[in-house]
Write a protein that binds this ligand. Structure first.
Ligand code: 9MR
Length: 355
């Protein structure tokens, strides 16, 4: 084998074995779309996996960190802060040229409960104030918006979520148990004081399939608006499946848009095996249904959300390998890229829906 043959073999192997960014000249998602297109990202992958980072940079306008901006990721057991990784995350996003949607300030999960459980009610109020103010001030001007309050409505009744009507787990801390529903208005007010330019969102899931929860969220938003609370948008997560009914998607977007606030489809993914059946094989037919569903969401968004209220659509997790659904042990394939970083049929369909 001469040098030329070896070089040629090496080149072919490199082409076959590595996942390249999209330099194919094919239209990217962000090029196709008139609205911002985002993706939920994992800090470690963005930092260490060049294929992952290249797709994020090429295809998307904006990222939402899946974990890195949550309370437990930044607050230590003694209540002090460590922003080393979050600062690094922000620097990586700016070197990739993508914007950041902050996620999330007041949630009942991923809190440093070890610290928060040592506090009395008055101290919990101060801890939330300090956390919101410190975080929003630190990244002021560097995030386009914040999910200030996440998943504040209970699933069954549509009541305010507390430990009494919700499952509990490690790292769970229910602000409402201590502060009642005021924690919501206060978190928005404190976030706005820290960064008056940032768009502030309330974010929740199941709105396309649970009309009671949808009504409850809208009532809550309207009350906040009437009270003059600085709330600018609603995040409709849309963790869905191929069986989610299109009428539910349409009516959620219509009713949410009727509040007049910005609407963010904030965590879109579509399961193809929602019952987690075993054994399970990904078939072309299932992938085609998934493609249809992603396209439907994009088209419904343009149909039902007036242009001035379009904050954008964010897909949740980049590839099937890093999807939270798969990482939780489910046999599924909920995203646009497969676990080898190849675009799935859904990529094209979603892009068409965005055009
Ligand atoms: O996708 C996120 C996963 O990587 C994290 O480990 C998990 C816990 O922080 O949160 C996941 O994202 C959730 C989001 O923050 C709020 N809505 C539901 C999402 C899926 O659980």
């Amino acid at each position: 084998m001469n040098k030329f043959t070896i070089a040629l073999l090496l080149l072919l192997c490199t082409m076959a074995c590595t996942h390249k960014p999209d330099h194919s000249g094919e239209t990217t998602l962000k090029e196709a779309s008139s609205i911002p297109i985002g993706v939920g990202v994992n800090y470690d992958l963005l930092k260490n996996n060049t294929s992952y980072a290249a797709i994020v940079k090429t295809q998307f306008d904006r990222v939402t960190p899946g974990y890195q901006m949550k309370h437990a990721a930044n607050v230590k057991n003694d209540g002090t802060y460590d922003f080393t990784k979050t600062d690094d995350f922000m620097n990586i996003t700016s070197s990739l040229g993508v914007k950041v949607h902050g996620h999330t300030l007041a949630w009942y999960q991923n809190d440093n409960a070890t610290y928060l459980n040592t506090l009395d009610t008055a101290q919990v109020g101060n801890a939330l104030h300090d956390w919101v103010t410190t975080m929003v001030t630190r990244y002021k001007g560097r995030v386009t918006g914040w999910d200030v309050v996440n998943e504040a409505i209970a699933d069954g009744t549509g009541a305010l979520r507390t430990s009494a009507n919700s499952l509990s787990g490690s790292g769970y801390f229910f602000w409402a148990d201590y502060l009642g529903r005021d924690y919501i208005a206060n978190a928005f007010t404190w976030a706005h004081a820290a960064d008056p330019e940032a768009k502030l969102f309330i974010n929740d899931y199941g709105l396309e399939s649970n009309s009671r929860k949808l009504d409850s969220l809208i009532a809550m938003v309207n009350r906040l608006k009437a009270d003059g609370v600085p709330i600018h948008g609603i995040g409709c997560q849309m963790h869905m499946s191929i069986y989610t009914r299109s009428s539910g998607i349409d009516s959620a977007l219509q009713l949410l848009a009727a509040t007049g606030l910005l609407i963010h489809v904030s965590e879109l993914d579509v399961r193809i095996n929602p019952g987690n059946l075993t054994p399970f094989t990904t078939t072309p037919a299932l992938l085609a249904l998934q493609a249809q569903q992603f396209r439907y969401v994009a088209e419904s968004y343009f149909r039902n959300v007036p242009a001035a209220q379009r904050y954008g659509i964010t897909v949740w997790d980049l590839t099937d390998a890093d999807s939270w659904i798969v990482k939780a042990g489910n046999r599924d394939a909920p995203t646009l890229w497969d676990s080898s970083y190849n675009k799935k049929p859904v990529f094209d369909a979603f892009r068409k829906g965005l055009q």
